[in-house]
Design a protein around this ligand. Structure first.
Ligand SMILES: [Zn+2]
Length: 295
């Protein structure tokens, strides 16, 4: 499975400890109700129970406005999505308790899921759950850095109303890839770094530096929507960045000195995943000279 490959890569670093997700199911529901509409959550639960042997059909009722329905609810989809949201909440809690870096191995991913929409394999928005946890007492400002190949349309829509959240998204053309429509920043706190063509490593890292500089100005913590679908060979991406770029990405995150909560999004080139995760772990665990303490 994809997650096994990622675990293999991450645990090459001795300093990385694997922990079970430890959250109360009621707490997960509390945060899910903050980031999703009640009738959407009900639909997901009920249709997940009803799905049987027949191939379910994507329902346009629960697709983001203007986005073609592409994600169906299977038996077990709701439980799997809730489990992923629980992992995100567990990781965010670690950060609120003073952990510098926590990485949630979420499956399925979540950044395309909106308040009342699914899409792009996403049902519940794990990154938004992490933000909800970090913003619970509203004293901490949060930056969302979405570096999946695809634009996280769901996350952007969910966090837009919170004036304590900034968002920087590096992504491929949203017309030539999901969500298959023009996507502009929702407000002045959101910035898009959209690449019309496959970027070189230096071009990509230059935009990442710009994104992180802006988050450093405004934010006390960073939630990273981490997609490994930016590397060569990914069946859903079409860039040619090397897996080693994640070492540079991780190192840049570490040197911000801000606490980081990583949420696993996409990445579908199975043979690349361990290399991507290993590179990221190497970069982000490099010794840094400063650390941040959360209020
Ligand atoms: Zn993606």
């Amino acid at each position: 499975m994809r997650i096994d490959e990622i675990v293999d890569g991450l645990t090459h670093q001795e300093s990385i400890h694997m922990l079970p997700s430890e959250v109360d199911e009621g707490d997960v529901w509390d945060h899910l109700r903050k980031v999703h509409d009640e009738d959407y959550l009900d639909f997901l639960e009920e249709s997940s129970k009803e799905s049987g042997v027949h191939r379910p059909i994507p329902d346009p009722t629960w697709s983001a406005p203007g986005v073609k329905a592409d994600t169906a609810v299977w038996a077990g989809s709701a439980a799997a999505a809730r489990s992923a949201a629980g992992a995100a909440l567990s990781a965010a809690r670690l950060v609120t308790h003073g952990t510098d870096i926590a990485y949630a191995l979420c499956r399925p991913p979540g950044h395309h899921a909106g308040r009342r929409s699914m899409g792009g394999y996403c049902y519940l928005n794990n990154a938004a759950v992490a933000v909800s946890c970090l913003r619970a007492d509203e004293t901490r400002t949060v930056g969302v850095l979405d570096i999946d190949f695809h634009f996280g349309n769901g996350t952007a829509a969910i966090v837009a109303d919170d004036d304590g959240v900034w968002l920087e998204s590096l992504h491929a053309s949203t017309i030539e890839s999901f969500p298959w429509r023009a996507s502009n920043p929702i407000n002045a706190r959101h910035r898009h770094h959209e690449f019309a063509q496959a970027p070189s490593p230096s071009t990509y890292l230059g935009e990442l530096d710009d994104a992180l500089q802006n988050l450093l100005v405004h934010c006390d913590a960073i939630v990273v929507s981490l997609g490994y679908d930016i590397v060569w060979g990914d069946p859903h991406g079409h860039w040619s960045l090397p897996p080693l770029i994640f070492r540079d990405i991780g190192a840049r995150l570490a040197t911000t000195g801000l606490p980081v909560c990583v949420i696993q999004e996409g990445g579908y080139a199975r043979r690349q995943l361990a290399g991507c995760a290993s590179s990221f772990a190497t970069g982000i665990t490099l010794p840094v000279t400063s650390g941040a303490t959360l209020p």
